[in-house]
Design a protein. Structure first.
Length: 277
């Protein structure tokens, strides 16, 4: 098994059934809080292995959309499908066991455990190990060997025995990605993964994401246009709860409606900054 492959998640689908080509599909998804409609008939169809960036102005509904996909909220109407199976009425843990995992803006780690132990916790379940009081973790060679592989891939092998609480912000984000991969996720949601990082940290982090998510489906909410255009195969533009465009970065960049609604001023600022860098 190569270092970039993770064991199949029990109960999860590693590829889409013949009835649908999509890893993740949203059909006319709406979400209201009281009289306020936040998501307004969102449509999205993401193929297995695609990397998709979701962009839009503040208040567009990006975080709400992620909350709907990950099961934190249930939609008011519409369907959300993971590899063809409806998940919009499932709790988050069941969605996770079907192969979808989410990373939040704030890192969520076992801070008192070491880096090695954090990864091992994720691997135990995904590799089929159930709770058993008579088994010693030190004797689980298959799990421990896999942890070492992942740590090397993540460039965290030198931090192996460091408690998670002592990691830098960027290292903690990398560890969180590692936990997601170790858990067997085939669809990964990243919420502003590079927020708070320096430019050099961002470049290294994006390179790492591209490496470790190879063959997996990735959706990310990101405000840094350099990250968006450097990482995404496709971009979904969300404005006032509606997906107004979903296409390649080049097509989205040239889309007049997107420029008018959001992207024009952002790109101008990004290009101006690049010209003076």
């Amino acid at each position: 098994m190569s270092a970039l492959q993770s064991p199949a998640l029990p109960g999860a689908r590693s590829s889409a059934p013949s009835s649908t080509p999509f890893a993740l599909e949203l059909k006319s998804v709406r979400k209201s809080f009281g009289k306020s409609e936040i998501i307004r008939g969102a449509e999205l169809a993401v193929k297995p292995g695609e990397r998709v960036a979701i962009i839009g102005p503040n208040g567009a509904g990006k975080s709400t959309l992620f909350n709907l996909v990950s099961g934190r909220f249930a939609p008011s109407s519409g369907e959300i499908r993971l590899f063809g199976e409806r998940i919009d009425q499932l709790p988050p843990y069941q969605i996770n066991r079907r192969g979808l995992s989410r990373s939040f803006q704030v890192s969520n780690l076992f801070t008192r455990l070491s880096v090695f132990e954090n990864i091992r916790c994720a691997l135990l379940w995904s590799m089929g190990h159930k709770y058993a009081f008579w088994k010693f973790l030190a004797g689980m060679d298959d799990v421990n060997d896999r942890v070492e592989e992942l740590l090397e891939m993540l460039h965290l092998d030198k931090k192996r025995d460091v408690p998670a609480v002592n990691l830098t912000y960027a290292e903690a984000r990398v560890l969180e990605i590692g936990i997601t991969i170790a858990g067997g996720a085939q669809v990964i949601l990243l919420d502003e993964p590079t927020a708070g990082m320096s430019k050099s940290e961002t470049r290294r982090f994006i390179q790492l994401i591209r490496q470790v998510t190879e063959g997996r489906t990735l959706l990310t909410v990101e405000h840094d246009m350099g990250v968006v255009f450097g990482l995404a195969d496709k971009i979904a533009v969300l404005v006032y709860g509606e997906v107004i465009a979903f296409d390649t970065p080049e097509a989205v960049r040239a889309n007049v409606r997107v420029q008018e609604a959001y992207l024009g001023s952002v790109l101008a600022e990004s290009q101006s900054a690049g010209a003076h860098a």
